[in-house]
Design a protein around this ligand. Structure first.
Ligand code: ARG
Length: 456
């Protein structure tokens, strides 16, 4: 079929080239934004006297009819159309006749598509933001429940110091809060309207860009028309924010995978969020956590794909830019798929406080507290550190723990040791004493929880 843009050419193209060029199979998902944008455009054309008021009303009614029919399923996309913009215009003209052909006055698909993506993505950002809010709420509640649960904190994946599980969970909460901030920040720049930039240079018609922007809920307009149609920074920014968010979920997933292993047994994931093996009857696999970890790579890939597509593009619009949508949509879909599954998984997991405590007890993670004990009694830290190291080595050789080593043995290293050493190396006391702001004690974790709840 001849294209709407038939004119200079007869508008027929090679079938392969047609399929190659066409974007309707992925941009049709923006039909609501496309039609709503067109309604605002028709209203502006009417208000400015560029078309008749009655013509504007006819266009708006026609567009509403198309929107309703697409929503209800009464109308299907014509996949032979090049893109969603052409489809809507073709359908409108089929329904209204010549007046339909007036809609595209003072507009180009270049500013139209830029508008549609911004409108589509700002909705997704709000959705993802709400999902993040739910995950944060679940984590904060869990942190509250487990604010006194002791487990080993690790560095280099070696047992390091006793921490509370609440403290560990709150670390993720702060990462996710930053993710929310990044999304909201990106949304601010996204929420400027490019419509009225036209093909690239603006227009000779007496348009009112701010009227349209306001009608569509934008905070303002893109102030340079070349930039308006060429800018896809907001897609890149959004995907960068997603990449960081997924990196956080991936690190958390990795911990859940380790923690739910038989070696750790710190948590048990619920049956709803695990799978069995087709051959090994004993298995309970953390597939959801693994998939979130795996899909992180996919989101990074989407980001790199678009950055690479945009690199070196001259101003203004180039067809390369049609490639923005599949990357950004895939990243949006992936993040929207991962977040609720992840939230469900952590909301339903069982914490094995006994195993956490047991792991904390075996690894000399109170050795820093042993050194601090000597420091409090007047020894310089570096000397205290050395003695403590020797005592640990001694304990390992004798199959003792700092909690069980007889006082006589302690005293061989320093006269400063007394009965109160046993309280100083008690794991609960070690965690409890870390009351510095941001630290692991119940009191510090409660302060962190209160701060976050205040912000939610
Ligand atoms: N389908 C196109 C895209 O997604 C719409 C803009 C086309 N503009 C043009 N001059 N061919 O980018």
């Amino acid at each position: 079929m001849a294209k709407l843009w038939a004119g200079r050419t007869d508008g027929t193209t090679n079938q392969l080239a047609d399929d190659f060029n066409s974007s309707i199979h992925f941009d049709s998902r923006m039909y609501k934004q496309d039609i709503t944008g067109s309604m605002a455009h028709a209203a502006m054309l009417g208000a400015q006297g560029i078309i008749g008021k009655d013509e504007a009303d006819t266009l708006i009614d026609g567009l509403q009819g198309i929107l309703d029919d697409l929503d209800s399923g009464a109308l299907a996309f014509d996949m032979t159309c090049e893109d969603i913009h052409m489809f809507v215009e073709q359908e409108l003209t089929a329904r209204l006749g010549d007046v339909g052909k007036k809609l595209h006055t003072a507009r180009s698909r270049n500013d139209q598509v830029a508008l549609d993506i911004r409108m589509y993505l700002r909705e997704v950002v709000d959705e993802v933001d709400a999902m993040l809010g739910e995950l944060i709420a679940v984590l904060v509640d869990r942190a509250e429940q487990d604010k006194a649960t002791i487990l080993p904190g690790y560095t280099h994946l070696q047992r390091a110091q006793p921490i509370t599980f609440g403290h560990h969970l709150m670390a993720y909460v702060f990462m996710l809060l930053r993710d929310r901030e990044r999304l909201q920040d990106c949304r601010r720049r996204m929420n400027l309207s490019p419509i009225g930039s036209c093909a690239l240079a603006g227009t000779t018609y007496n348009t009112d860009r701010r009227f349209e922007a306001e009608k569509l809920g934008f905070d303002g307009i893109c102030l340079n028309s070349l930039d308006g149609v060429s800018d896809r920074d907001f897609c890149v920014e959004l995907m960068s924010a997603y990449a960081l968010l997924m990196m956080h979920l991936s690190r958390f997933s990795e911990e859940l995978i380790l923690w739910s292993s038989w070696e750790f047994r710190f948590v048990e994931l619920s049956d709803d969020y695990t799978t069995g093996s087709s051959i090994m009857p004993q298995k309970k696999n953390p597939d959801m956590a693994e998939l979130v970890r795996g899909k992180t790579g996919r989101v990074y890939g989407d980001l790199m794909a678009l950055l690479t597509t945009l690199k070196g593009l001259p101003l203004a619009y180039n067809k390369d830019m049609q490639e923005d949508k599949e990357s950004v949509f895939d990243a949006c879909d992936t993040v929207r798929q991962c977040l609720p599954v992840f939230t469900g998984m952590v909301a339903t997991m069982t914490v094995r406080a006994d195993n956490m405590k047991q792991a904390a007890a075996g690894g000399f993670i109170n050795a820093t507290d042993l050194a601090d004990y000597l420091v409090r009694k007047g020894l310089p830290f570096r000397s205290a550190y050395k003695i403590s190291g020797q005592i640990v080595a001694d304990c390992i050789a004798k199959h003792e723990l700092l909690e069980t080593l007889p006082l006589a043995d302690y005293k061989r290293y320093s006269d400063l040791f007394d009965e109160d050493i046993y309280e100083a190396v008690d794991l609960t006391v070690c965690a409890e004493k870390r009351t510095s702001e941001g630290g692991t004690s119940v009191q510090s974790v409660e302060a962190q929880i209160a701060y976050v709840r205040g912000r939610l």
